[in-house]
Write a protein that binds this ligand. Structure first.
Ligand code: FE
Length: 428
């Protein structure tokens, strides 16, 4: 089998670099190489073919100049040839290096991908000069990728769309707690992680979504579904549609309910929910709303933005669905409606941590909050910023509603317990 040496050069503005199995002098030599232009990288690419040297950009899979991985088969003496060739094909210039060092970037791994976010990102670059390199994936994909990349990860900022997943990222050590007066003042304490031992905060909620109940307006009385408890009440037997119990949105809801009711009562309630199912859990939240409209079930659970999206749709089929369903924000007389969050964190191994904090602070600003929340029909989290969204206003009757105020970090902390309960009650 061919032996292999791996060097990972990250030509960030700070010229961070790592290496494995290389003589220190070689690393020093390489450190002074400046890979400036795509032409240069192209040259390296050709070299790669001849010497079985490969590179790829770990930020987004494309050819950016500052991330380069080189795999060298065979003996170390190929290294000197490599360095010479690199030197001849790349630009070695202190002044160029200084220019490169001035380029400010922030590498973003995002589970949010809405067209309005583009305006958000360009607003940040315009205001700060910091360029955003973005990788899109879902929550689970981002957490898995961060784990796999370890300290080599180029990620600076992480955006996820569920409290339990943010909690998991924190407990898996994928984030670094940060101290930011701006964020601490803007984001309410119950919508961010608990403080770490050094007082830092691992993640901040940047928008909220309510987990609401929709019902068939003709067949169901609103009073029979205006609490989460009633989802498990025998009076609603055979009426309920809900997505998989182990989906993060439900894990977070059940984690919150466990916090409110206590473990024993929460498990009895979950058993009641399973007994009330009209069909085995399947599909996403939008599918549950549609199943109510089609008559397959009478009651369903959904995140508010899926309903808002349909309310804003001009498609006749969506409008027909919306006309058939009513919506309630549960538990207005008790602990309030369960709110989940989309939130942000600084990656544990961020190479541009200052830029990462700056980006999160920007997302908490009034201007960015409007884009961030409205882009997905959500509510802003920053104090003093109000949603201006016609669908949300219509959904709430343009009146304030009571949302739960338990620390959102408690929701994530209950998830392991919830998973065990789901197994015991047979909630797939
Ligand atoms: Fe969603």
């Amino acid at each position: 089998m061919i032996g292999r040496t791996t060097i990972l050069l990250e030509m960030s503005p700070l010229f961070f670099w790592q290496w494995g199995g290389l003589p220190r002098q070689s690393v020093k030599n390489l450190f002074f190489l400046l890979f400036r232009s795509s032409t240069c990288l192209h040259g390296v690419g050709k070299l790669a073919l001849r010497q079985t040297v490969t590179f790829f950009n770990i930020a987004n899979g494309s050819c950016l100049p500052y991330h380069l991985r080189i795999l060298i088969p065979g003996k170390m003496d190929s290294m000197s040839t490599l360095i010479k060739t690199l030197l001849s094909c790349c630009i070695l210039s202190t002044s160029t290096g200084f220019a490169l060092a001035q380029e400010q970037v922030v590498n973003l791994y995002s589970a949010r991908h809405y067209s309005t976010d583009e305006a958000l990102y360009s607003g940040f670059t315009k205001a700060t000069g910091i360029k955003i390199n973005r990788v899109d994936a879902d929550d689970a994909g981002i957490l898995a990728r961060l784990k796999a990349e370890g300290s080599a990860s180029p990620a600076d900022v992480i955006l996820l769309v569920d409290a339990a997943r943010l909690y998991k990222g924190e407990t898996d050590g994928l984030f670094q707690p940060i101290q930011s007066k701006v964020l601490n003042e803007a984001i309410p304490a119950h919508l961010r992680s608990a403080a770490s031992s050094n007082g830092g905060i691992s993640w901040f909620g940047l928008s909220t979504r309510a987990r609401v109940i929709v019902y068939n307006k003709i067949k169901v009385q609103k009073d029979d579904v205006d609490t989460y408890e009633e989802l498990g009440d025998p009076k609603n037997k055979g009426k309920l549609c809900i997505r998989s119990g182990s989906h993060p949105y439900n894990l977070s809801l059940f984690g919150a309910i466990t916090e409110h009711m206590g473990e024993e009562k929460a498990e009895a309630w979950l058993k009641g929910v399973v007994d009330n199912l009209a069909r085995s859990p399947k599909g996403g939240d939008t599918d549950q709303i549609k199943a109510v409209a089609s008559g397959e079930c009478d009651i369903a659970v959904t995140n508010s933005y899926y309903l808002a999206r349909m309310m804003r749709s001009t498609k006749p089929e969506d409008m027909a669905v919306v006309n058939k369903v009513g919506v309630v924000f549960p538990n207005q007389q008790s602990w309030g409606t369960h709110m989940n969050i989309a939130g942000g964190a600084v990656a544990r191994h961020a190479k541009n941590p200052a830029n990462a904090v700056r980006f999160l602070e920007y997302l908490a600003s009034a201007e960015a909050q409007n884009y961030f929340a409205n882009g997905n029909n959500e509510w802003p989290t920053a104090k003093g910023v109000n949603a201006d969204n016609p669908a949300l206003k219509a959904m709430t009757g343009n009146a304030p509603f009571k949302s739960e105020t338990i620390p959102i970090s408690a929701v994530g902390a209950n998830v392991t317990k919830v998973q065990q309960m789901l197994d015991r009650v047979g909630f797939k």
